[in-house]
Write a protein that binds this ligand. Sequence first.
Ligand SMILES: Cc1ncc(COP(=O)(O)O)c(C=O)c1O
Length: 502
Amino acid sequence: MPNQSNQKIAPPVPITDLDLDQNAGVPLYRQLYEGLRRSILVGELSPGVRLPSTRALAADLSIGRNTVVNAYEQLLAEGYLEGRTGSGTYVAAELPDHLLRVRSDQRKSAKSRKAGRGLSSRGHLLAGTTVSEPHDFAIPRAFRAGLPAMEIFPFKTWSRLWNRRWRSPSLDLLGYGDPAGYRPLREIIASYLGAVRGVRCEADQVIMIAGSQQALDIVTRVLLNEGDVVWVEDPGYPGARGAFQGAGAEVAPVPVDSQGLDIATGIARAPNARLAYVTPSHQYPLGITMTLSRRLELLDWAARNRSWVLEDDYDSEYRYAGLPIAALQGLDEEDSVIYVGSFSKTLFPSLRIGYMVVPQGLVDTFVAARELIDRGSPSLEQAVLADFMVEGHFERHIRRTRSLYAERQEALVESAERDLRGLMEVRPSSSGMDLIGRLAKGVDDRLAQRLAAQHDVEATPLSTYYFEPPEQGGLLLGFTGVDEAQIAAGTRRLAEALSSLD
Ligand SMILES: Cc1ncc(COP(=O)(O)O)c(C=O)c1O
């Protein structure tokens, strides 16, 4: 029927930007409905505009006409569209109030997401605390720090153990597990820590976590109030500093000297700190071992002040000469120490399995916190890891990687002597997974990093770990995750990069 009114009919608006996917598993009419609805709600299709006819839109989008009819009918039924006899289908001229509110809220929230509005104060703190550099997620190159040698991981053994568990998993592994972790794994870790690290604990004090980063998070929730002061090592681990800052704690940098954390300066600066974060076996990133007298001083301060000590024992398996350094936890008589370890260095980081050993009096609280956060770590992975340890594969892998890393360190020191003489000083170390390449005083290590990156070399500037730029900068050179050929090529490229510094 021809249009009877004198009003001119507006041309239909073109419908663009609709991503319909035949393989999405969602019916096309539903995708079309959702797309049009969203466009109306966010104001891309304004009230009163005319939509193309079902036939035209079907042709434009290369879909069946019925698909368009179904989508239009649904939108008509819900009041988003209205049909006008003889002139087609329109976006409802007067959208119901609650829809308009949704629309304006969506506009606002799109903006506020940009501006960070609507965040809690903790959200703001977290948003302002970035720890990882973009390269952390890319394929590693020489000299990514702290990276294990993945290529010698016993994947065959791991997959055999994994298959064995998956073929007929016991029912307890498929339900909700103990948030403290899989008991047999906690038992083997308790005996491993007792024998190898001098940690004194019962299995029930061992709480499995998703990597040591989660220990930092739980500790901030359970032991710290906003504004509490925390000692952190300077230089120190950005992951720890960030976790404390992100929780609203006040971070007090405490310098590290040749004996480890300078306790006297810590006490002078922040005598009542509630917690001290330390890496006593192998200070990160300087590699210093905290002396016995400093350890006793730290424990004495913590006991007198009723403060906590968080011991991060992240890579102590890698000691190449002399006896292993026992953990600080083993010296603690006052239940002040929370000990944290991880499989990120000994196995691989994406496993996301670590453990903490907490004083008996904290066990229930930590387990309750873990249950509320995410109910606990996946049971089957823990069972596979327990088998891996019980059957001796873990110890074997540590022995293999330890001797490989000793060789790789030697290779780095030798090729640095050959290629980097006069540009950077690289001294060997009896432990750890990376070495510090010292630059001459006054050389900006962040500039050195950028130049290195242009030559396809990855190296973290030492100043990243400091609160104030150090007098002498350097680059942290990981030697464990790349082979000797990559190390040799890496020092050559690094030399080219650094020679343009003059
Ligand atoms: C000082 C320190 N602690 C802990 C870790 C390991 O963290 P996670 O167990 O969360 O992988 C690292 C890794 O780089 C580290 O450098």
